[in-house]
Design a protein around this ligand. Structure first.
Ligand SMILES: *[C@@H]1O[C@H](CO)[C@@H](O)[C@H](O)[C@H]1NC(C)=O
Ligand SMILES: *[C@@H]1O[C@H](CO)[C@@H](O)[C@H](O)[C@H]1NC(C)=O
Ligand SMILES: *[C@@H]1O[C@H](CO)[C@@H](O)[C@H](O)[C@H]1NC(C)=O
Ligand SMILES: *[C@@H]1O[C@H](CO)[C@@H](O)[C@H](O)[C@H]1NC(C)=O
Ligand SMILES: *[C@@H]1O[C@H](CO)[C@@H](O)[C@H](O)[C@H]1NC(C)=O
Ligand SMILES: *[C@@H]1O[C@H](CO)[C@@H](O)[C@H](O)[C@H]1NC(C)=O
Ligand SMILES: *[C@@H]1O[C@H](CO)[C@@H](O)[C@H](O)[C@H]1NC(C)=O
Ligand SMILES: *[C@@H]1O[C@H](CO)[C@@H](O)[C@H](O)[C@H]1NC(C)=O
Ligand SMILES: *[C@@H]1O[C@H](CO)[C@@H](O)[C@H](O)[C@H]1NC(C)=O
Ligand SMILES: *[C@@H]1O[C@H](CO)[C@@H](O)[C@H](O)[C@H]1NC(C)=O
Length: 748
């Protein structure tokens, strides 16, 4: 599994995210010399109505049957999952794995996989100002769990000034580990999970965050208020999470090599469920798209059964279609969008002309002007001119760049470091790509487009002593929200019935806490360290929604995960399909709206039984589902289920074959009045061209709160072009509330 942090790797492929070929090697079970190796597998067993000790014993017994001895079984066992689900993880040969899957008591055997990795101004932007109404007492009883790279306990975001002891429901523990002196009343839990025994040379076996990712997501979800947070003065503001009074529990499952393994993720879910957390935030992706076989899907299912909301990242594989991950209907799936802030640098030429570049330069110039040279003119030799144009390593003559700014065409990141390493000041980079993510430079640098580049070239060529200066980056206001191009798109590759992602939240250039143990960029030679930094990815948008889920739960502690998800979806701020052409496939119901989510009016509620019925309707058979559920499932008794999709989801999606004249979908839904009663909600339908949508009844009359009412939505759609999406909606409106459900019609 992989983190869903997002950055530009080298060209020419834009928007390439953590992709680690190394991990593929781990997957292979045949070593270089062809000898079969043992790998980790997760073995799911049925019924778990047994005590903890007996279960561990029964795991060893089952394992001994294939290993030959108890001793060998004990040596190969790495996890015995006994509280939420009945399963174990062990090192097995392929033969042993096959033997186990043939055993009666074994439901399924899944290989453990390591997959590819993937200011708080954002809170004000989405309408959760610091002055927003809060229930402090209840908020301090909320525990937000993060499955991530760990945490930086010494940072201000996690100190416990003013916090009382952990809420009584907390059953977790926290110990001292290497470089980790223990928890406090804010950071109430911290554990790490790494069962493969492989040493990660750039990490330590401790909940300490060596990557920065986990600290960033934890502080975004529930970090304390930290005034005057910034990246060297840029993006200055008060840093805070959605619920600064809530507690944090950290489960480190991802390591500096960026690998997060299934068996560790499952163990972390089991621990978080046992510990009594309220929300689980998972900025990890790259799992098995089939959620019935995916550690996050399985873990989140069991969390849901215990009333815990799981929020996960949609993935960073946009702008490609059908790339959305973590699509189980019991997960809140979060896309990423931009806020109204971007960063620019002013370049001042010796001629007095100013230009604007993009990217983040944190450096204040020490001189008014620096001599400027074109990379081509600073080539080491006539043969290195072509490379010098791009300021590649070893292409420039140190004597020709010393003390100068160098004008380079952008091909790979790091030319500012190349120039600085041989005595230069920094670089003006030229590129016509669009850069949404603010690249952080390790020396003064900025990116201009080719028309500005041409003016600079002309200036350099026509002036005896050309000079320039790059000013430190500053903030500019831009139009927002807009979908981030890297954010993974629908349609949902697993189910044509469920719209995913559910919602979008800020995930572009987000300022939050980092780690003191690593410079802020991965560039060689970077010496910039900062308590706060900017990061981008659905990894960053996910904890925004986790925080909102915690915020909603602090007002409604008894709501189910489905009710909380419904309130987040139906109150989201609609976005424009004209600006974001993939429409709901990129932003779901729209941008999360924290204060409105507190008062949704109606919710589409569900229990775990309803999800099982949906899965049967989707065509999963009972034996496949019993691995997920942990007990036998008889789909025959649960079918057919209600309506087109057999689920009470707050959004509706109809896939249309392009060769049929009319496709009809009948959706049956049931809403609970969570506002005061008596009250009347009237329906408003928006149907796109070529689609007819009707709702029956058109009014829902509630006499009291908590009352439930059913209705039917019929969608009739003409065929549409392949991979096209058209958007409609159903809005239930009362004098106090607007409850909006997107209705999506698409052709696969
Ligand atoms: C099983 O292994 C653990 C360590 O992995 C050890 O502490 C324990 O004593 C072993 N038990 C048996 C029965 O061998
Ligand atoms: C861990 O602590 C040791 C001893 O204080 C120190 O030398 C080392 O740098 C620390 N490592 C990290 C990653 O902080
Ligand atoms: C160019 O930018 C600098 C720094 O922002 C500013 O001081 C100067 O007045 C600007 N010059 C022009 C011609 O706009
Ligand atoms: C380059 O940027 C300038 C100013 O930002 C803009 O006016 C111009 O159209 C851009 N040129 C290209 C090729 O994008
Ligand atoms: C740059 O110089 C060339 C050749 O002198 C000229 O054709 C071109 O218009 C100039 N471009 C700009 C942007 O000044
Ligand atoms: C259930 O589905 C799985 C996967 O599609 C298949 O391997 C298995 O044979 C099926 N079992 C039954 C009882 O149909
Ligand atoms: C499953 O349910 C159906 C219908 O209720 C019933 O006829 C069948 O015997 C059940 N199968 C099992 C294996 O219990
Ligand atoms: C339409 O095309 C799909 C897939 O190509 C096919 O399965 C289906 O039978 C076709 N329907 C009709 C009415 O031709
Ligand atoms: C319908 O689908 C077929 C096969 O996917 C495709 O070749 C054809 O162009 C589609 N027709 C329309 C109108 O989109
Ligand atoms: C809902 O519809 C009823 C009957 O058409 C109407 O009397 C009432 O004013 C409507 N309420 C709202 C809030 O639009």
């Amino acid at each position: 599994m992989s983190l869903l942090l997002c950055f530009y790797k080298n060209f020419p492929i834009p928007f390439l995210f953590f992709g680690f070929p190394l991990l593929l090697i781990l997957l292979s079970n045949v070593s270089a010399n062809g000898v079969k190796e043992k790998n980790f597998y997760i073995v799911f067993l049925g019924d778990h109505a047994v005590s903890r000790d007996t279960t561990l014993d029964s795991h060893l017994n089952i394992l001994s049957a294939v290993k030959g001895s108890h001793l060998e079984a004990n040596e190969s066992l790495v996890y015995s999952y006994t509280t939420s689900f009945n399963a174990f993880a062990a090192k097995l040969s392929e033969d042993e794995a096959n033997k186990l899957s043939a055993m009666d008591e074994v439901v399924s055997v899944l290989p453990n996989r390591y997959r590819k990795l993937h200011t708080t101004r954002s809170w004000d932007f989405i309408g959760l100002p610091f002055t927003a109404k809060r229930k402090l007492k209840s908020e301090s009883d909320i525990i937000v769990a993060l499955l991530d790279t760990g945490v930086t306990p010494e940072f201000q975001s996690f100190n416990d000034d003013g916090f009382g002891p952990p809420p009584a429901k907390w059953k977790g523990t926290c110990h001292q580990y290497a470089n980790f002196s223990g928890c406090n009343n804010k950071l109430i839990g911290a554990k790490y999970f790494k069962a493969d025994g492989r040493i990660d040379p750039s990490d330590i076996l401790s909940p300490i965050d060596m990557v920065g990712h986990g600290t960033h997501t934890a502080s975004t979800a529930a970090g304390n208020l930290v005034p005057d947070a910034s990246l060297f003065g840029i993006a200055k503001g008060t840093a805070r999470g959605a619920v600064p009074a809530a507690r944090l529990a950290i489960y480190k499952v991802c390591w500096a090599s960026h690998a997060c393994s299934d068996m560790d993720i499952l163990a972390a879910f089991e621990a978080a469920i046992h510990d009594g957390v309220d929300v689980i935030s998972v900025s990890i992706g790259g799992g098995d798209p089939n959620y019935v076989h995916d550690s996050i899907g399985i873990g989140a299912f069991h969390a849901m059964r215990k009333g815990i909301v799981t929020v996960a990242s949609a993935g960073n594989d946009g702008p490609f279609m059908a790339t959305v991950t973590n699509t189980a209907p019991w997960i809140v799936t979060v896309a990423a969008s931009g806020i109204d802030r971007d960063f620019r640098s002013t370049i001042e030429l010796g001629s007095g002309k100013n230009f604007t570049g993009v990217g983040l330069s944190t450096f204040n110039p020490k001189q008014k002007q620096y001599p400027l040279v074109d990379g081509i003119d600073a080539a080491r030799s006539s043969g290195s001119k072509e490379n010098a144009k791009f300021c590649y390593e070893d292409s420039l003559a140190p004597t020709k760049v010393k003390g100068k700014l160098v004008h380079c065409r952008l091909s790979t990141w790091g030319s500012e470091a190349v120039v600085q390493a041989i005595g230069g000041i920094g670089t003006i980079m030229e590129s016509d790509q669009v850069f949404e993510i603010a690249q952080i430079f390790t020396a003064p640098a900025t990116i201009v487009n080719s028309s500005i580049g041409q003016i600079i070239t002309n200036y350099t060529q026509s002036t005896r002593s050309p000079s320039a200066v790059i000013h430190k980056s500053h903030e500019v206001k831009i139009t927002a929200p807009f979908a981030a191009s890297f954010s993974s798109r629908g349609p949902n590759p697993v189910s044509k019935h469920i719209l995913k992602p559910d919602v979008t939240a800020p995930g572009l250039n987000i300022l939050a806490s980092y780690t003191p143990r690593k410079p802020i960029t991965d560039q060689k030679g970077d010496t910039q360290f900062s308590e706060f930094t900017l990061m981008s990815g659905t990894s960053m948008s996910c904890p925004h929604v986790s925080g909102v889920a915690a915020y909603v739960k602090s007002f409604h502690p008894d709501w189910t995960p489905a009710a909380i998800r419904s309130s987040i979806i139906t109150t989201a701020k609609p976005m424009s399909p004209r600006v974001n052409k993939e429409a709901e496939f990129v932003y779901g119901a729209g941008q999360v709206n924290p204060t409105r989510a507190l008062h949704p009016g109606l919710v589409y509620d569900m229990d775990d039984f309803a999800y099982i019925q949906f899965l049967c309707h989707e065509g999963f058979n009972g034996s496949t589902l019993s691995a997920l559920v942990g007990s036998p499932v008889n789909c025959t008794s649960l079918l057919p289920g209600l309506g087109h999709d057999a689920i009470n989801y707050p959004t509706m999606q109809l896939s249309v074959e392009n060769n049929t004249s009319i496709t009809v979908g009948v959706f049956r839904r049931r809403v609970t009045n969570v506002g005061p009663g008596p009250t009347i909600f009237n329906a408003t339908i928006k149907a796109p061209k070529g689609v007819e949508i009707t709702v029956k009844p058109t009014s829902l009359i509630f006499s009291h709160t908590q009352q439930k009412k059913s209705f039917k939505v019929v969608v009739k759609a003409k065929s549409i072009a392949s991979m096209q999406i058209v958007s409609g909606s159903l809005i239930w409106r009362s004098p106090r509330y607007i409850v909006r459900s997107p209705i999506v019609i698409y052709s696969p």
